[in-house]
Design a protein around this ligand. Sequence first.
Ligand code: AMP
Length: 122
Amino acid sequence: MAYDDQNVFAKILRGEIPCKKVYEDEFALAFHDINPMAPVHVLVIPKGPYVSFADFAREADAETVAGFFQAVNTTARELGLDPQGYRILANHGPTARQEVQHFHVHIFGGTDLGPMISRVGG
Ligand code: AMP
């Protein structure tokens, strides 16, 4: 799938729509999810045009991948989620119901998060 630069996270990166920023560096921007599913629910996005996890893993160079995941770690630490814990999640594609076609990692925390995932399918 080609990257669509009109997706909502591309607009946030360009400053065309606001976000509640948590952390930013040369590799990533982190901001609060508009529809939080936990007391802490933050999204971390790379600055480059990657549709999803698979696109990012395939196309980004090693420095970009490392920098992005370091930014996820820094964001979680700055949110005060370490050492008590948090969960990270990335939806890739239709069966995962990825809504925004710009790669992002969700960080959930601030409470006991329960089981990893509710049982689905057969
Ligand atoms: P996903 O299903 O993994 O693509 O998740 C997309 C997430 O983006 C959802 O949790 C939405 O609530 C969140 N979201 C959509 N628009 C915005 C926005 N303008 N600011 C912050 N979060 C957003």
